[in-house]
Ligand binder design. Structure first.
Ligand SMILES: Nc1nc2c(ncn2[C@@H]2O[C@H](COP(=O)(O)OP(=O)(O)OP(=O)(O)O)[C@@H](O)[C@H]2O)c(=O)[nH]1
Ligand SMILES: [Mg+2]
Length: 99
């Protein structure tokens, strides 16, 4: 059984870019606008001799007020339940601000 990795992090940090790179696809929408990914997207990866699956998720917003933000968090939680490990992505330049 292939291991499943969930790509998780704040909005607009490059999760979908990494998903596309690893799956060698353009299946995930990449955009400079924050909050583009809203559901979960599954992909298969062949990385050298390793084969695994990854899940792209939407950007995590703590205590999000709008309905989309809370639905995104629900989708992230489903991915977290299903995965074997998490790939946690950060933007080293933006740091901890909410811009
Ligand atoms: N400078 C820089 N920009 C990047 C990098 N990875 C992605 N980007 C850019 O950052 C923006 C957001 O990338 P996405 O992959 O859509 O980010 P995301 O985390 O999936 O965003 P959401 O789905 O909105 O949470 C795009 O304009 C990308 O081209 C990187 O490593 N360096
Ligand atoms: Mg995305």
């Amino acid at each position: 059984m292939k291991k499943i990795f969930a790509v998780v992090g704040r909005p607009n940090v490059g999760k979908s870019t990494l998903f596309n790179r690893l799956t060698e696809s353009r299946d995930a929408i990449v955009d400079e606008t924050s909050g583009v990914t809203r559901d979960r997207k599954y992909g298969d990866v062949s990385w050298g001799t390793k084969e695994f699956s990854i899940i792209d998720t939407g950007g995590f917003i703590k205590d999000g007020s709008d309905v989309f933000e809370s639905r995104i968090v629900e989708q992230i939680e489903l991915a977290l339940e299903e995965c074997d490990a998490i790939i946690f992505i950060l933007d080293a330049v933006v740091g901890n601000s909410r811009s």
